[in-house]
Design a protein around this ligand. Sequence first.
Ligand code: TRH
Length: 389
Amino acid sequence: MQNTTVRWDIFCAVIDNFGDIGICWRLCRQLAAEHNIAVQLWVDDLASFNKICPQIDITADEQQHAGVLIQRWAKTTNWQQCTVADVVIEALACTIPAAYQQKMAQQPVKPLWLNLEYLSAEAWVEGCHVLPSPQPQLALDKHFFFPGFTAATGGLLQERAIQQQAALFMADAAAQQAFWQKLAVPDYERYQQKISLFAYDHPQIESLLACWQQGPVNTLCLVPQGALANQLAGLYPQLAQQAELTLHNLTLKLVPFVAQEDYDKLLWACDINFVRGEDSVIRAHWAAKPFIWQIYRQAEQAHLDKLQAFMQRYCAQMPTDAAQALTAFWLAWNTEHDLADSWQKFSAMLLQIADYNQQWRAELTANGDLASNLVHFVEKKFIMRRNFS
Ligand code: TRH
């Protein structure tokens, strides 16, 4: 049964890539499925949405899927005709349309307005999480809500059953076989190492591929459609034509973008996962295989501070030799350094890192998941309002 006493509106503007819609869609689905909340998602780019959720009809102005009402957020949307929700979330620094803001301010009972921020492991986040951000021109309060890696933040998006689903999949040979068939990799068992490589383009990619070609194990590297796949197709015409290429001990395979649920399976089915942006890196945490994060690049190298902050938290309890190898390879992967030497050292530590990832995942899970933490915050605010009105 849906919790129809309150309605949540979530606004998502797609800046580029898939992180904005990936995060918003995951959050909406979880609010509907696990908290019975009536959720409406306003999104300005249905074509990007369709890539991570193929059931989305890119021509529809309004549609329902997975218990969520999805609305096209267009320049022509008539905000005067919309009813304002009880909880309004502007996700990842998007700005809610001015007309909708005006309507929020006109409500006899003002909606709770939250700014769901970008993910960062930096220390300042704890001090800003849930702080009010007064909007005097509208006589409305907005609150910051920060995802994060500690109990003093909003936590991370994690579905209630995801770890159980991952464990079941990894113990189910038939499910894995079905998955590899779907990806057109029937001979998956002949590879001793499977790597998913979801990344932006990379100036040193050939130095890493050379390590895998000359490496001691038979490696399958799966590259989802996108910037890096385009770069590789440019480097290797045969890969562009046949979507697959074997170079000594390395088989490179371009794979289509799959639905979000299947992307999780890819992370579970591979031994090492290269991830990027904000959402896939968190999915790699739940898969708990060794992973390498290519952080979204920002102007003036601001992303490198965020990367350092994350590595410090992640590696704090990791055995020193593994932490040093990981830090060196991650830094090389996020800058323009040659990758060969740091890869050799990193790959020697894979078992220790995989082991440690179980502990790190348990620590993060103990902070509570982002959707539940949001729901608790909203409930607390509503109770306070009732008590003081
Ligand atoms: O696509 P991204 O680079 O998104 C980025 C970041 O979020 C960045 O912080 C943000 O500022 C920028 O977008 C605008 O990487 P990210 O965050 O990992 O999002 C990818 C989404 O795509 C994620 O939800 C997983 C999903 N995905 C699939 O559903 N199928 C696939 O086959 C693949 C490879 C990914």
